[in-house]
Ligand binder design. Sequence first.
Ligand code: 13P
Length: 258
Amino acid sequence: MITKKPIVAANWKMYKTPQEGVTFVIEICNLLLDKEKPTIIFCPSFTSLFHINENLPDSGIELGSQNVYFESEGAFTGETSVQMLKDCGVRYVIIGHSERRHIFNENNASLNKKLHVVLDNGLVPIFCIGETFDDRNAGYTQRILKEQLAKGLDGIKGQLIDRMVIAYEPVWAIGTGVNAEPKQVEDTHLQINELLAELYANELVKQIPILYGGSVKPENAKALIEVEGVDGFLVGGASLKLELFFKIIKIVNNNYMG
Ligand code: 13P
């Protein structure tokens, strides 16, 4: 059973124009008005952040970005700094999404630099980890997660770690329609907790929310949010459709409120 306030984060990837994003967020706010709700985070593309922030009703809904660069400014064509994000009202930053790792060749060393800069500047990373289909079949899941955590979190002090969110996203479940089974999620979240406890004190580890991501939809959200150790979701495809995303938020909220 969840004790931390659950998180439902929407990763919109490369979908929705700024105007479509604003319309969606306003409609969700209207549906959720005055209701107790989980922490809801929208992560649109960079071009939408400013516009959504300017038009965000006073709703408690949070804004996140899908990436950041680790330098503060300079000749880095195509990149975006933490300060630029902060000025757009961003509080959360997705780091290490599997699409960044696999399509854009981001590695544990560069992700580590990004985690440092995000935490040092007061923002909250949503640090994504997860194994591929081949890793899991070969029995390497734990090894891969350990490497991603140990290298990604290298040098990050305990006093910053309680501002971290981890998202476990098995690569084989992302965008495939096939979610990880609740038992697989439970076992893997437990492993992640144990791996974190090798790096940090237990009382700190207990405060770190661990989200599940990978084909979350209304049909499987109840079974997945009931899993011990799941503190919320990072949702891709289903976060693009108002009705689906609203249903997922309601399911998470019902589980939290008992
Ligand atoms: P889907 O929900 O579309 O599988 O995507 C998950 C994801 O990548 C969230 O970051």
